[in-house]
Write a protein that binds this ligand. Structure first.
Ligand code: RFL
Ligand code: PHB
Length: 396
């Protein structure tokens, strides 16, 4: 069966759903094709920190209500080195900006609800999605659903299908400009219905490895431990996790940490990846389809939102003012922004993690770097400015 839309969106993660919502509100027709079921998409536990720009874009899309009610505004964030606890006043050092702690799962849920209300189409469990003729003026997508093959004709395709998606793979290999760095460790995450150990996040550097104390609400905590990239969940259980976390966080925090059963435990590998070919013919890549950052800087979802913001403004210019001349601006703006987030996430990772290959000298340098950044006004401003998010760049 054949259908037609203006923008075919591949993937119903936060990038695809947010772009879809903004386009629908602006009267630009779009259909989302998602490989998994809606419940599966909601079961993935991921990001927790929204930059002010991301929160503003969600409000603009009309999905900010629950975030504004239930999200927790953080005006600061904490660091610790070998158990020594320091506070960084983000608001003071960023010129008044803040971040909102509101889980990616909730953002996704709000976007799914809004899409349902708007009546726009999302095809879940769309199998074998294939992109065709992306270099031509009449691109189309085929997919398999309910034992039938469908064809979706469109003007543009938004590849919002994450790192393992099909969109980036549809660009000829010799046209892809890619950069990658893999780190020799991952993050073991644990989600629990326990009150957060502190009212702010704590990024902990420790000789046993990095740890992060984060949260989803006043009653739900999210903690992470750096683990070797060879580690598996079989090597871990809740008791072992809590005991290891207590060793890596400040003693005052360890003493008051409330432990409980794990709602979820998973290991995420850490990598930096940039595909500079973010537009090819009628295809645009957004979010994790184009770039991956290690979670240390809390940038992945926020970077996805900034791609959405740029792509959305571009589509409005194209459909309302016929400004196809602005198309190259998408890649220019998004790649430059991606590299800034990649740099900050890489730096936070090097700054806070333990590298097996590092010797006594490197450890001392890391300690001095921590000492410098945490006590210097310029150092604190540098971290704060990047953590709260750099400003969006205008199309023209
Ligand atoms: P997603 O979320 O991967 O969604 C892509 C969607 O595309 C679907 N898909 C396909 N659909 C159709 N056909 C195909 N062939 C398809 N292939 C894939 C998938 O099923 C999926 O539904 O990408 P998107 O939308 O670009 O969103 C990106 C974010 O999910 C990601 O950047 C963040 O989660 C990263 N991240 C964090 N970002 C932050 O900004 N702040 C944080 O605090 C933060 N913490 C994290 C994180 C990521 C983590 N993990 C697990 C990698 C913490 C962790 C542990
Ligand atoms: C999270 O809560 O999942 C989280 C928070 C901050 C990060 C990474 C992950 O830097």
């Amino acid at each position: 069966m054949d259908t037609k839309t203006q923008v075919a969106i591949i993937g119903a993660g936060p990038s695809g759903l947010l772009l879809g919502q903004l386009l629908t509100n602006a009267g630009i027709d779009n259909i989302i094709l998602e490989r998994k079921s809606g419940d599966y998409v909601l079961s993935r536990i991921r990001a927790g920190v929204l930059e002010q720009g991301t929160a503003d874009l969600l409000r603009e899309a009309g999905v900010g209500e629950r975030m504004d009610e239930e999200g927790i505004v953080h005006t600061g964030t904490d660091f610790s080195f070998q158990g020594e606890h320091h506070h960084l006043d983000l608001e003071k050092y960023s010129g008044g900006k803040q971040v909102v702690v509101y889980g990616q799962t909730e953002v996704t849920r709000d976007l799914m609800e809004a899409r349902k209300k708007s009546g726009a189409t999302t095809v879940y469990e769309a199998d074998n999605v294939k992109l065709h003729d992306i270099e031509s003026d009449s691109p189309y997508v085929t997919y398999y659903h309910n034992e039938e093959t469908f064809r979706l004709d469109c003007d543009y395709i938004a590849g919002c299908d994450g790192y393992h998606g099909v969109s980036r793979k549809s660009i000829p290999k010799d046209k892809l400009v890619e950069y990658e760095k893999v780190y020799p460790f991952g993050w073991l995450g644990l989600l629990s219905d326990t009150p957060p150990v502190h009212d702010e996040l704590i990024y902990c550097a420790h000789e046993r490895g990095f740890a992060l104390c984060s949260m989803r609400s006043k009653t739900r905590s999210r903690y992470y431990l750096q683990v070797p990239d060879t580690d598996t969940l079989d090597n871990w259980n809740e008791e072992k996790f809590w005991a290891e976390l207590k060793r890596r966080i400040p003693k005052k925090m360890a003493d008051k940490l409330v432990t409980g059963p794990a709602l979820e435990m998973s290991i995420a590998p850490l990598r930096s990846y940039v595909c500079e070919t973010m537009q090819y013919g009628k295809l645009f890549l957004l979010g994790d389809a184009a770039h991956i950052v290690p979670p240390t800087g809390a940038k992945g979802l926020n970077l996805a939102a900034s791609d959405v913001e740029t792509a959305f403004r571009l589509f409005v210019k194209i459909y309302k003012e016929d400004r196809t001349d602005l198309i190259p601006r998408y890649q220019e703006i998004s790649v430059a922004r991606a590299w800034k987030a990649v740099r900050f996430s890489w730096w936070m990772t090097m700054f806070l993690h333990r590298f097996e290959s590092a010797g006594r000298f490197d450890f001392r340098v890391q300690q001095a770097e921590f000492d410098y950044f945490i006590h210097s006004e310029a150092g604190k401003a540098t971290i704060a400015e990047n953590y709260v998010g750099l400003p969006f760049e205008e199309l023209e």
